[in-house]
Design a protein around this ligand. Structure first.
Ligand code: ATP
Ligand code: MG
Length: 601
């Protein structure tokens, strides 16, 4: 696996998050933090040496789905900043919600982060954590809040609570249970923990301010009863912390300095700070507490990045699975042949901002083209084959064309591609009745003015110049003759000037293979916009499966080998369906952006 080294021109441009970090490093804000070797409360770090990580960031997925390209933005940001500033980035499973989480998702997330080229190791220590490991502390912290009068057990039902919550213009009203004594609250909370109540009978709420203009400070719920088994803690708990309570604590226990999250959490920041301030005052967590910094989430045209919609696509079988090459999941991107380097380049290029916007899918594709252009050997493949017979080429004769593996990289060498009397060429490289300006193969005929005109000449790439002599409809065969003095690379090869330069595969030597041509999964830039059902925007032609003729060298392609098929685009040998000697190829991306054109056509 190659690491995420940056090319000079991709060197991280400055952004507001970097400014915050640089200012904090300059002022030494976090320099006094100690690190006891693993996450823990203040006392666990108290007598430990200074934290060796200059900053700590984290990527905190909930293991309830597969990661997508939006998560990749967050991964590249968090892990990238840690690398750049001598810090550590933690991979933390935010598994505080017992119902939806599964090991399958944990495994896929670990694989995706590694695939992107990042590591949660720092100075020999591994920083992979589970929020559920902090349940004991979270519970203890809740009891401390109760003791201090900062939390109370509310016994209103959800509907009554909503009625007292107020509106944007009206303050909320206090619950009649808000003034329970600390002792009563503690007793009730313990009874909740011990399973003596049903779900929904009570909740623990922070006691802040029902009159606050910020809804998130109107006594938010911090613990609720859930009688569900958890994927790691089993039946140990029947109270679970709410996300808004759990997340700041997870950050604090892990010594996170900069807790980067998407903009929708901006209104949660006052609660984040309120909570950590209370816990620090009680000596439960270290100071300075982590700080939350928000950035705009990635919205990408022509795809959906909501877990709910992705799940629907998979479960309703609009796609073949989580790793369907048309999906924006990282498992799908990998199978599509996208490269980690290309995704990191994309994340760098789009940067971070404070305002939500849409990023054009073509930017992602351009990043892939750029990277694949650098790394993909060239090959000749005929996707839509029609037979070409060279009438004056001796039957049974075979020779080789010497073909460069990469036009800009002579050190990648050449390969010998067999050439013979019968070839496959692209169907679109021949026309029986050519329109004006067509300069590939066409047979002799008459001009619109009624004059006879000869068949056209083209160069067979790395081979000879041929002249079209006719087309046999019955056998669907194009006929031509060749000029033996025009072989590429021999003296005088250029004496005949031609405009067309087409690729081919020798019929006797080529290998037939399945090739999947992917297009966008959605036919509009903003699926589901304007209240439409997003499924109505699915592109019915998002995949076409064809049988192509490959030059022999491709027969031994291994899963995930990537190539440029000359004149067509970049292709990858499918990770799952390729077999030894029988590759199945998928188109990663075309050579140029052709989407806009087909769409208008
Ligand atoms: P959910 O609705 O289940 O919370 P989620 O996409 O937010 O879905 P998480 O597992 O909570 O999933 O996400 C992990 C991290 O990835 C979070 O820190 C979140 O901010 C970030 N993230 C998720 N989607 C995007 C996106 N489109 N752009 C940037 N970051 C994202
Ligand atoms: Mg989330």
């Amino acid at each position: 696996m190659s690491g995420p080294a940056k090319k000079p021109q991709e060197a991280s441009h400055s952004n507001f998050i970097r400014s915050v970090i640089e200012a904090d490093l300059a002022s030494g804000k976090y320099a006094s933090r100690a690190w006891g070797g693993k996450p823990g409360p203040a006392k666990a770090h108290a007598s430990a040496p200074p934290d060796p990580a200059k900053i700590r960031t984290r990527f905190p997925p909930e293991p309830n789905g597969y990661l997508h390209i939006g998560h990749a933005k967050s991964i590249c940001l968090n892990f990238g900043l840690a690398l750049d500033y001598g810090g550590a980035c933690h991979l933390r499973f935010d598994d505080t919600n017992p119902e939806k989480e599964e090991q399958e998702y944990v495994d896929s997330i670990v694989a995706a982060v590694k695939w992107l080229g990042f590591s949660w190791e720092h100075e020999g220590a591994s920083h992979l954590y589970y929020a559920s490991d902090y349940f004991d502390f979270m519970y203890h912290a809740a009891e401390c809040l109760i003791d201090d009068g900062h939390a109370y057990v509310d016994s209103l039902n959800a509907e009554q609570m909503r009625a007292l919550r107020g509106t944007l213009t009206e303050p909320g009203k206090n619950s009649p249970y808000r003034d329970r004594s600390a002792g009563e609250n503690l007793e009730l909370f313990r009874a909740m923990r011990d399973g003596r109540f049903n779900e929904g009978e009570h909740v623990l709420r922070a006691r802040i301010d029902m009159g606050s203009p910020n809804f998130n400070l109107r006594d938010p719920a911090i613990y609720r009863i859930r009688k569900a088994a958890h994927h790691r803690t089993g039946d140990k708990w029947c109270v679970y912390p709410m996300y808004t309570y759990a997340h700041p604590i997870e950050d604090a226990l892990e010594n996170i300095t900069h807790s980067l999250c998407t903009l929708e959490f901006e209104d949660q920041r006052p609660f984040y700070d309120w909570l950590l301030d209370r816990l620090a005052k009680d000596g439960l967590i270290q100071r300075p507490a982590p700080q939350q910094v928000e950035f705009a989430r990635l919205n990408l045209t022509y795809v959906v990045l909501s877990k709910r919609r992705l799940i629907q696509l998979v479960e309703d079988r609009h796609v073949s699975g989580w790793d369907d090459p048309r999906l924006p999941t990282l498992a799908g991107a990998r199978r599509r042949g996208y490269t980690p380097e290309g995704i990191r380049r994309f994340a760098e290029r789009i940067g971070v901002s404070k305002a939500d916007s849409w990023i054009e899918y073509t930017i992602l594709e351009d990043c892939m083209r750029e990277h694949l252009n650098e790394i993909a050997p060239r090959r000749m493949v005929v996707l839509d084959p029609v037979k070409l017979v060279i009438e004056n080429y001796p039957e049974g004769k075979e020779e080789f064309a010497e073909v460069p593996n990469h036009p800009q990289k002579p050190d990648w060498g050449k390969r010998s591609v067999p050439f013979s009397r019968e070839l496959w060429i692209e169907r679109e490289d021949f026309m029986d009745t050519p329109p004006p300006g067509y300069f590939r193969l066409f047979p002799p005929g008459v001009t619109p003015a009624g004059d006879p005109r000869p068949g056209n000449k083209v160069r067979l790439r790395y081979g000879y110049v041929v002249e079209c002599t006719g087309y046999d409809q019955a056998t669907d065969t194009v006929r031509c003759t060749y000029d033996p003095d025009t072989k590429s690379g021999t003296p005088g090869a250029d004496k005949v000037k031609v405009k067309g330069n087409i690729h081919w595969a020798s019929a006797k030597h080529s290998c037939a293979a399945k090739v999947r041509l992917y297009d966008r999964l959605f036919k509009v830039a903003h699926p589901g916009a304007g209240g439409r059902d997003f499924l109505q925007d699915l592109n019915p032609d998002s995949v076409k499966v064809i049988t192509a003729q490959l030059e022999p060298a491709l027969k031994d392609a291994k899963p995930e080998d990537r190539f440029q098929f000359e004149r067509h685009g970049y292709f990858v040998a499918d990770l799952k369906d390729s077999r030894q000697g029988r590759p199945v190829f998928s188109r990663v991306v075309t050579l140029r952006d052709s989407w806009g054109k087909t769409e208008k056509a």
